[in-house]
Design a protein around this ligand. Structure first.
Ligand SMILES: Nc1ncnc2c1ncn2[C@@H]1O[C@H](COP(=O)(O)OP(=O)(O)OP(=O)(O)O)[C@@H](O)[C@H]1O
Ligand SMILES: [Mg+2]
Length: 338
């Protein structure tokens, strides 16, 4: 359904100089800075998939979504959605896709929600009978009837998000793009939105691409995730495989007796591993030494023996690194290079 082939996006901005003098200098200079927000990304998405597109702030997620929806044209590479170049054939593409940007609404702010839907019905050429049928379905999954006659600006964030999702789905698009659809919502509304996305996907085989910072969205919805970091794709696969590969990390936390000895503890050399294979962290307040390592490389008894050869241990805790932690790690260091 979606083919993304080696797309890149460069943003060119004028070079800025500091201070007032600099601002004046900037006016007359034509030095430019090129920022590659998306760097040679390729993937394919099949009909009916729900794919999570994740990465830290500024990784290039929204920029990729904008190229897939046709809002931006790629600087290099090509993107096809249902066989169409979304940027070159915008009208046809618009019939195929629905878009929700969680950060801002696509609806008419001062109009009652119902009128936004009437306008969209005309724009997308939805017949009266299809409209009635669609509205019945959308009202069931998104429960919009309570606020359907109110101006959009008076809606709560959760109501507005449901309304936006409904509006994006009125013409039954083949592909639904959601850019942070649950941002700022409370747990109950998040859950409603997730259920609605699931039901739409199951019933209509709608292909869904969503960006999110919410691990819950990924766990509930996505059978596949694509992780990007600084504009590059660093992982493409199932969440399960991600857990399998990166879930072998363990963390042992030890409450110790002699904090002054922490500096003398050279754990990597004691265990005969490389520095990066056991990362040590010491927290002063709780007197706790935490070591994170791969369970296939280092055994817990071995680790404890090594630490105890230098200092006494008062208490020990062994933890699995949780998915949220793994994903946090992806977010903070991009551990999945290559
Ligand atoms: N119109 C633009 N002009 C210049 N730079 C831009 C523009 N749009 C985005 N960028 C830059 O491109 C990079 C990627 O931005 P993008 O919005 O795609 O990130 P993101 O992954 O969606 O981040 P977030 O999680 O914060 O939403 C950022 O460094 C951003 O500042
Ligand atoms: Mg974004």
């Amino acid at each position: 359904m979606i083919e993304v082939k080696h797309i890149s996006k460069d943003f060119v901005t004028p070079k800025k100089y500091p201070g007032l003098k600099g601002a004046v200098k900037g006016l007359f200079s034509n030095e430019k800075i090129v920022k590659t927000a998306v760097d040679d990304i390729s993937f394919e998405i099949q009909k009916g998939e729900i794919v999570g597109y994740i990465g830290s702030n500024g990784a290039g997620k929204s920029t990729t979504i904008k190229m897939m929806t046709g809002i931006l044209s790629p600087t290099r590479g090509e993107c096809l959605v249902d066989g169409i170049d979304p940027n070159k054939r915008r009208k046809e593409n618009a019939q195929n896709i629905g878009v929700v940007f969680g950060q801002r609404t696509q609806l008419w702010w001062d109009l009652p929600l119902s009128e936004s839907f009437t306008v969209l019905k005309e724009i997308y050429n939805v017949s009266d009978s299809t409209y009635a049928e669609r509205m019945e379905f959308l009202n069931r999954v998104l429960e919009m009837q309570d606020f359907f006659d109110r101006p959009v600006r008076t809606l709560s964030l959760g109501q507005r998000m449901r309304a936006d999702l409904g509006a994006a789905l009125l013409h039954n698009p083949k592909v639904l793009y959601l850019d942070e659809p649950t941002i700022g919502l409370d747990l109950i509304v998040k859950d409603n939105i997730r259920e609605a996305i699931k039901e739409i996907n199951e019933r209509y085989q709608t292909t869904v691409v969503l960006t999110t910072h919410d691990i819950g969205d990924i766990e509930e919805l996505c059978n596949r995730i694509i992780v990007i970091d600084e504009g590059k794709k660093i992982y493409d696969g199932s969440l399960a495989a991600l857990k399998e590969t990166y879930g072998t990390k363990r963390r042992v936390s030890m409450e110790i007796r002699q904090p002054e000895k922490v500096a003398k503890l050279h754990l990597a050399s004691l265990l005969n591993v490389r520095e990066e294979e056991c990362s040590v962290n010491y927290e002063k307040e709780s007197n706790t030494l935490s070591v994170t390592f791969d369970k296939h490389k280092i055994q817990v008894p071995q680790l404890l023996t090594a630490v105890m050869s230098v200092m006494d241990i008062k208490d020990v805790q062994i933890q699995e690194t949780e998915l949220s932690q793994i994903v946090k790690e992806i977010y903070s260091h991009g551990i999945m290079e290559g």
